[in-house]
Design a protein around this ligand. Sequence first.
Ligand SMILES: Cc1cc2nc3c(=O)[nH]c(=O)nc-3n(C[C@H](O)[C@H](O)[C@H](O)COP(=O)(O)OP(=O)(O)OC[C@H]3O[C@@H](n4cnc5c(N)ncnc54)[C@H](O)[C@@H]3O)c2cc1C
Length: 477
Amino acid sequence: MLPLINFATEEQRERYLVPCMNGEMLSAFALTEPGTGSDAMNITTKAVLDDAGTHYVVNGGKQWITNAGWADIFILFAQVDGEHFTAFVLERDSEGLEIGANEHLLGQHGSSVAALSLENVHIPIQNLLGEVGKGHKVAFCTLNMGRLKLATNSASGARAAVEVASRYAAERTQFGRPIGEFGLIQRKLADMAARAYAAESVAYRTSGLVYQALEAKAGNDRPTLDDKLAMLSEFSVECAMAKVHTSEAYNHLADEAVQVFGGYGFSEEYPPARMYRDSRIARIYEGTNEICRLYAQRAILRRSWSGRLDLSGTQDQTDDSLSAVSYDAALGSGSRHLDITNLKSVYRHLTAEVCAAVQRERMFDAENQQLMASLADIAIEIFATESVFLRISKGFSGSGLDGMELYEDLEQIYFIHAVDRIRQEANEILAALFTGLELAEQLRKLDEWLPLPVGLIVYRARVAKVLLQDGGLPVFA
Ligand SMILES: Cc1cc2nc3c(=O)[nH]c(=O)nc-3n(C[C@H](O)[C@H](O)[C@H](O)COP(=O)(O)OP(=O)(O)OC[C@H]3O[C@@H](n4cnc5c(N)ncnc54)[C@H](O)[C@@H]3O)c2cc1C
């Protein structure tokens, strides 16, 4: 529906958007083709204006289209004259359109996903969505928003995984005790909770950034399409990072929930099996996580090279130069402290070293991609750690929520794991760039920046106790 909300003409709104909003019509988004998935701008479905100038004649095929089985309309992408990427509204009963059988999917069994085949399908010119050659605007706007929606969806899935695992661990007994009393289950539950909390914080923060920016831009008026496009483009890095972080969190937590359930986790009779299957797709659609990582890191570098983002580290310690814009200073950190500044120093240092090496040695693209993805992972961990910190700081400075110790324990657990992941990626980058004494010196510097995992076992035990008592994470505003 988003393409219609953003790009439909008045006539298209009446004909398609209103019925969609009323629940009388369902739409689908048809971009992917058998030969072009990640490389979406190179689709080959072709549209040619007919001699009368009244219809586009479309030929081609689409693959993996969600809702295909029951959609009334398709937002269809095709190349006008084979070269101008363009969006259309295609009605289901159009002659020449064939909808394939539902795919047998690993998960999401309640959905209908199928292929489309288009043979001389006539689409009236009134059904052009946006402008000829400007279909990328429709696609990117939808994908950016889609990544954000997917992030909130995955974050809630992650929370649900913690909940079912905590409840089960409190009830299931082995060796005469609830399994939740065993240290290894407690460790699992606490780590799950910290990651779910971080995923939620990332999703909230990114949604808040986009929403607040739109509100600020529009003032009392409704945001214009250009405002929306500019904002979504401004926050496309955060949307991509949020998509990667939350989808991987949910997928991992679903796997851990299966483990907490033991053999019952492998049965379709219990919730983890479905979570395990359903969570997997989030790492693939709306831009695979590989594509999102590369996109985010390259965009950060482009912003830095164009002077929009300072990665030099010369700003004062409160700067937020890893985020595309500054976070709301009113959140404040009060008396709380978490050493995120050092993590940012690691990122800046490694980015500078990678850029210098790429320029100096003209690395092959494949090697370059690996380094880019490692940098992206570090940026994502910093973004997530900072999101947790800001969220808890807001709770402290606001209504003074009960049980803040729990949140600080979650924060510490997440921070320690984030540092671990950053260390691993940083080691990989440094080992690719340096050898011998130079490498040893770089690793020593890294150790100075990155803290040791002090207190992890104690934090975990305290968090697990709350999870087992309450049956999951309390709702935290
Ligand atoms: C259940 C389901 C529902 C879907 N719903 C829709 C829908 O409603 N509408 C729609 O248009 N599409 C939909 N899709 C398609 C989905 O968006 C694509 O599957 C996805 O974009 C990946 O494309 P692909 O499958 O062709 O994989 P490919 O692009 O072939 O990628 C294969 C692997 O190579 C990696 N890769 C590709 N290019 C690069 C690169 N440049 N650098 C590094 N790694 C790379 C990928 O990350 C991936 O790991 C759906 C897919 C599924 C499975």
